[in-house]
Write a protein that binds this ligand. Structure first.
Ligand code: AMP
Length: 217
């Protein structure tokens, strides 16, 4: 099964991907995480990508596509995968279509998680991530037991460089102008599942699970 998770930054795509993989035997692929790994390694790709990421701009399509193509062809993706953060514009959606058709892959559905803007700014500016196991926290809705420390593995928690308010607002503008048109793009292909992302994590997931199971039957 191949799924795309669509939604503004902070809509909860990564959180829901982590739930989906517990029930469906597929791997999560986040292009944002792949880029952050490159930044951490200090590779040329990472150094170049960081200049865009810090401003909340999109990294050039060709760079992302090459990185994604390598990832989806890895053996652990043979049973399917969830794309979180890709595609981000219609050019990437067209490139993805070509990549899938060249490799005998088929997109099953696109889960669109909708959340209002102000809640997103509040969520993202309070978001923390474990530097070791990547577990997500939120100072307001899911604080760690001990300040700055991961409950699960004891790793230190950090705030992403692009989760500062000015960058968040730019990322949301980029989403409106470039990514939101993908809702209509995939509606035309009758692949969209609409999800209300304003509820709690488990309620949202229960909704996704029901609709996904019905959709891919
Ligand atoms: P994310 O973790 O998905 O919010 O992505 C963080 C940042 O990585 C974005 O603001 C972009 O700068 C970059 N990025 C992630 N995925 C893509 C993509 N598909 N196309 C272009 N840039 C991306």
């Amino acid at each position: 099964m191949i799924i795309i998770l669509l939604g503004a930054p902070g809509a909860g795509k990564g959180t829901q991907a982590a739930e989906i993989i517990k029930d469906f035997d597929i791997v999560p692929i986040s292009t944002g995480d792949l880029l952050r790994e490159e930044v951490k390694k200090g590779s040329d790709l990472g150094i170049n990508a960081k200049t865009y990421m810090d401003k909340g701009e999109l990294v050039p399509d060709e760079v992302i596509l090459a990185m994604l193509e390598k990832r989806v062809k890895a053996p652990d993706c043979a049973n399917g995968f969830i794309l979180d953060g890709f595609p981000r514009n219609t050019a990437q959606a067209d490139m993805l279509k070509e990549l899938f058709s060249n490799n005998g892959m088929k997109l099953d559905c696109v889960v669109n998680i909708a959340v209002d803007k102000e809640s997103i700014v509040k969520r993202l500016s309070n978001r923390l991530t474990c530097s070791k196991c990547k577990e997500g926290y939120n100072r307001v809705s899911k604080p760690p037991k001990e300040d700055g420390v991961c409950d699960k593995c004891g790793g230190s928690l950090f705030q992403r460089d692009d989760d500062k308010e000015a960058t968040i607002r730019n990322r949301l503008n980029v989403y409106d102008n470039k990514t939101a048109p993908l809702i209509d793009y995939y509606k035309k292909e009758k692949l969209i599942i609409d999800i209300d992302g304003s509820k709690g994590v488990l309620d949202i997931y229960s909704d996704i699970k029901d609709k996904l199971s019905a959709f891919v039957k």
